[in-house]
Design a protein around this ligand. Structure first.
Ligand code: COA
Length: 336
């Protein structure tokens, strides 16, 4: 017998406002045809003015707790992955903790963008394996829509992103065999030499002239900037490598895996990864068509959808891989 972690509940949340490609075409010089052909995205959800990432996190966390049948008072650690925090500081996990009404447990923000959920799951897994904590909430929550450039200048980035949150409850479990539900492995990577290929420059303390200035705002430095080609090429390469890591570490093959969750940045990226690894299309669970790229929320939101529609069943061997700004990437293999 060994102590491992397992996912015991999953939850998700998206705001009710649906923004179609046609809606975006009314705001900027783009088209449904361009967006669908290049990215696969048909629509995304956008937050309302009073919404916050910690508020979305609360919705997803409550749903995951209910699914796991765990009381919030029994959670030992709160991890929130987000690139769109409520505020510059303190971390969104602290705002969430106050909203949940569970003080004193540690509340930690993870800043690994689209790979944030994999990093969070890995951190939770290490704490559970060492026996330090027994129940951990891992949440990815994002509101992109309030921070996107909705003019023609921002169209390459703005059409890609959507708002939402996803959460899992992870709990300690005694496992006897690989058939038992568990997290087998996580692999984490980063290459900071690609940091400015997808980034948001301001506000930032590295600026000689201050956190955020009129000059920054005039230049649009408060909006994300992306080298789309570099991100695309690296995403295909690194998510493929991540799946290799996961399979090799556990001595299993593509055929042994029942379902793949890839980060949802672009349908073409995921199709290229599937082609490269010779994964049958039916084994890849894609949600980008209706949610766009929800960054750290993507994988748990996808898991929640897959549970609800019956695709994700107990006992399945599941591989996940993500790639994002940083560059960061990672993977994990789990028995659901
Ligand atoms: N609508 C219409 N045209 C657009 C557009 C939009 N939303 N965004 C860019 N274009 C234009 C460009 O200006 C360019 O025009 P030009 O040829 O006249 O200069 C043309 O479309 C092609 O642009 P390009 O950037 O070469 O397109 P692409 O085929 O590389 O596709 C992405 C662009 C963004 C879809 C693609 O690079 C991509 O998906 N990259 C990865 C992005 C990503 O995953 N980000 C998140 C990472 S977690």
């Amino acid at each position: 017998m060994a102590v491992r972690s397992r996912i015991t509940g999953v939850g998700g949340f998206v705001p009710s406002r649906v923004v179609t490609n046609h809606d975006l075409a009314a705001m900027m010089d783009t088209s449904d045809e361009w967006i669908v052909e290049r990215t696969g995205i048909q629509q995304r959800h956008w937050a309302g003015p009073d919404d916050s990432p910690s508020g979305f996190a609360l919705e997803a966390a409550n749903a995951a707790l209910t699914a796991a049948n765990v009381a919030k008072e029994d959670i030992d650690l709160l991890l929130v992955a987000t690139l769109s925090p409520d505020h510059f500081f303190p971390g969104t996990a602290c705002f969430l903790q106050a909203k949940m009404g569970i003080s004193e447990i540690p509340a930690l923000d993870i800043r690994q963008q689209c790979t944030g959920f994999i990093y969070g799951t890995s951190i939770a897994d290490q704490f559970i394996r060492t026996g330090m904590y027994e129940k951990v909430l891992v949440i990815g929550s994002e509101i992109h829509s309030k921070g996107l450039d909705k003019t023609d200048a921002g169209r390459d980035v703005t059409v890609l992103f959507g708002d939402g949150a996803g959460a899992i409850v992870m709990e300690a479990t005694d496992v006897e065999s690989t058939d038992d539900s568990q997290v087998f492995s996580t692999h984490l990577h980063a290459d900071g030499s690609g940091a400015d290929a997808l980034w948001l420059s301001s506000p930032g303390m590295a600026h000689p002239d201050g956190l955020v200035t009129h000059a920054h705002l005039d230049r649009g430095d408060q909006y994300p900037k992306m080298n789309g080609r570099a991100v695309y090429v690296n995403a295909v390469k690194r998510m493929s490598e991540g799946i290799h890591d996961a399979l090799a570490a556990n001595e299993v093959t593509i055929d042994d895996v029942d379902l793949f969750f890839f980060h949802q940045a672009n349908l073409r990226i995921n199709e290229a990864v599937a082609q490269r690894l010779q994964i049958p299309a039916g084994k890849v669970y894609n949600t980008i068509q209706k949610f766009g790229n929800t960054t750290a929320a993507t994988i748990p939101l996808g898991m929640k959808e897959a549970v609800e529609d019956g695709t994700l069943q107990p006992g399945m061997l599941v591989a996940c891989a993500a790639f994002g700004s940083g560059f960061t990437w990672g993977s994990m293999l789990i028995r659901w």
